[in-house]
Every structure is written in C-alpha cells, then in structure tokens.
Design a protein around this ligand. Structure first.
Ligand code: CP3
Length: 341
C-alpha cells in the first residue's frame, strides 16, 4: 500500500495522492445521488450509498487513498444534538453554550448511533484493492465544539470564545467529553477497517498560543496517545490551517505520524524543519485547482520540487471546492504520476 509505506519507510518512492473532500460536490456522480437524497446526514448513515460515494473519486481518478464519506458533525449528532445541513443556509445545530446544557448530551450512544458508519468502512475496505488505503477521520475536539456551540456562523466566533474564557472549567468538560468520544469513534473505525486516521483541526487558527495549547494540542495529544496504545501501526495525520509555526509544537507535542499543511505554510521551512521528523501532506491551493491553467502546473511542480524528495503525500491545503472541474483534478493526478513513479 503506497500511502502506508510512506509512513513505514519514511523515504522517497512514488508519491501517493488523494485530496481532501474528494468525495463530494465537485463530482457530477455525487450531485446525482445528492439530488435524490435531500438529507445529507441520512446519506452519512446509509452504508450502501456512503460506500458508493467513498469509492467514486477513487474509481474516477485512481487515488491512492479513499476517505470515508461522512462528516465531523456525526459526533454531535450521536451525542443527541440534532444536526441539519440546509440547502443555501449551511449547518443548523441547536447550540450548547453552558455547563448546564452539557447534561443534555448522551455519551453512551456513540457506538450504537454510529454503527452505520462502521458498516460503511467495512464495505469500502472490502471493495478496495490492498493497494488503496482507507482513511478514517474525526474532527478535533475544539473544531467540533465550534459547531456544537453554534459559533461557526457568529462574528468572532463569540459563543465558544467567550465560554472558554469565562468558564474554562465548564468548557473543559465539553472538551474532555469530545476527547473520549473521539477515541471511542476512531478506535471503532480502525476495528472496522480504516488503515490511516486523520484528525481535522480546521478552527485552531482562532486561538492565541496558550489557548491553542490547552484546547487544541492537549486534547489531540490525548487522542493520539490512546490510539497508539491499541493501534501502534495505524498512522495518524493532523490537519490544521492558519496556525503557522505552531505546527512545529503541534508535531513535537502530539506526535502524529503525518501533518497536513494548509496552503499558506512555507514549503522551505516545512522541508527543513518538519519533514525530517514527520510525513508531510498538502498543500496545493484548492482555489488554484479550481482555476487551472499554467499557474496550476507551476504550483504542482514547485510542490514536488520542494517536498517530493522526502516523505510526502500530495494533497490540497484544504478541501476541493465544489466548482472544481474534475478535468483539473485528473490533470494534476496525471502530472504527479508522470513525475514520480
Ligand atoms: O471527501 C471527504 O473529504 C470525506 C468526507 C468529508 C466531508 N466533510 C463530507 C462533506 C470530510 C472529511 C469532512 C470534514 C469536515 N466537515 C470538516 C473538516 C475539514 C474542513 O473542511 O475544514 C468540517 C469543518 C466539516 C463541517 C462541514 N460539513 C462543513 C463546513 C460543510 C459545508 C456546509 C455547507 O453546506 O456549506 C459540510 C458539509 C459536507 N461535508 C459536504 C460533504 C460532501 C457537502 C454537503 C452537501 O452535499 O451539501
């Protein structure tokens, strides 16, 4: 398995490629399924359809990894907080913003509620060749909490920011609960057949350093160390964006096997200071992938020149944009295959 061998050997070889949000709205075959299924969450809980959606980009592009089709918000949903994706409006969630509201969350339902997701994983694994890795995932506790508190849609993300400053002890109950839920969830994903795990910390950029350490780094460290005890051979990648040099601390404190860099991260620094210690993944600008043309080719070349000699997985700096023409994706995959085999 090309993608796993990058972690095992930590050296050069053919560069594996996959893309965040590869399963989703940029694919006509996904949009076709989505038209017939108005509820996004019910797609996540339908193993037959979720398996098909997971396989779509692998079939079309020959990626080296499939990523489970699901969402980071199945965790709040499993905890009993109703989550809805509303066309044209985005995410709707009944927010939790105080210690007393936490009593409404039921941590005992994680495994039973998410059974269909594990079933999807087993089905996908059965349908992939041994060459293709299956990536399981969850949101990091802070990022999931941003949505649980309804802060994603509020200026300055005030609900979560003010709760965590005003009542850190109460807020830490929510974070601890999410640490436990994430460990249970990821452990079950591995048992169902996930080969690699990725933790998405999409909102770590909101925090000053001390708060980043407390609400992002510490919880992620706990999740990774628990998983390493039961599954030492399953690589864990952390995705984070907009955190700059905090990536260095994140890597040395949380000990992930891989770091997924956002598009703004300087490649020369990454090569010199991160790549000797950890597998790097990233970080093509998803906007450039949507735009295409000669600058796209140039950026792919630069990325391969800078990071392609070390332990590297080609990916984007964030998810594929829905308006991305599939031909641009196919073109980039072809280019990488030509340069690295
Ligand atoms: O292909 C894949 O990457 C696998 C599936 C996946 C989805 N979401 C499917 C999805 C993964 C790994 C995610 C992660 C996710 N979800 C993150 C972390 C990564 C990141 O993008 O920062 C976050 C923050 C979410 C929360 C979320 N889910 C958002 C912000 C949205 C968009 C809301 C909107 O409608 O604008 C979603 C919806 C979502 N998740 C879609 C897909 C394919 C689109 C839903 C649709 O079909 O309408």
């Amino acid at each position: 398995m090309k993608l796993k061998s990058v972690f095992q050997n930590h050296k050069t070889g053919p560069i594996p490629v996959w893309m965040m949000r590869q399963a989703g709205r940029h694919l006509p075959e996904y949009r076709e399924i989505r038209k017939k299924n108005p509820s996004f969450m019910s797609l996540c809980y339908n193993p037959e359809i979720a398996c098909e959606i997971t396989l779509q980009p692998v079939r079309r592009y020959g990626f080296d990894a499939a990523i489970l089709f699901s969402d980071i918000l199945v965790i709040p949903d499993a905890l009993g907080q109703k989550v809805n994706f509303v066309e044209g409006k985005g995410i709707e969630i009944n927010p939790v913003t105080s210690g007393s509201a936490l009593a409404r969350l039921d941590t005992h339902r994680i495994l039973s509620h998410l059974q269909p997701v594990f079933e999807t994983i087993s089905r996908v694994r059965e349908n992939l060749t041994s060459e293709t890795a299956l990536i399981g995932f969850c949101g990091a506790p802070w990022t999931v909490a941003v949505y649980m508190t309804g802060s994603h849609a509020v200026p300055h993300h005030m609900p979560i920011r003010s709760w965590s400053y005003n009542a850190p002890e109460d807020f830490s109950v929510l974070i601890s609960l999410l640490v436990e839920a994430s460990i249970t969830y990821l452990d079950a994903q591995v048992k169902a057949g996930a080969d690699v795990l990725q933790i998405f910390e999409s909102w770590g950029n909101l925090l000053p350093q001390k708060e980043f350490e407390r609400w992002c780094m510490e919880p992620i460290r706990k999740i990774i160390s628990a998983l390493k005890e039961s599954h030492p051979d399953v690589p864990v990648i952390i995705f984070s964006r907009g955190i700059g040099y905090s990536f260095v601390k994140l890597a040395s404190y949380c000990l992930p096997d891989g770091l997924s860099l956002d598009s703004s991260f300087p490649l020369d620094f990454a090569r010199k200071h991160l790549q000797p210690h950890v597998v790097l993944q990233g970080n093509l600008d998803p906007v450039l992938l949507a735009v295409g043309g000669p600058f796209l080719d140039k950026a792919v070349d630069t990325l391969l020149d800078e990071l392609g000699e070390g332990a590297f997985i080609f990916n984007l700096g964030h998810g594929i944009l829905p308006q991305t023409p599939p031909e641009h994706v196919a073109h980039v995959v072809k280019k990488i295959r030509e340069r690295s085999h």
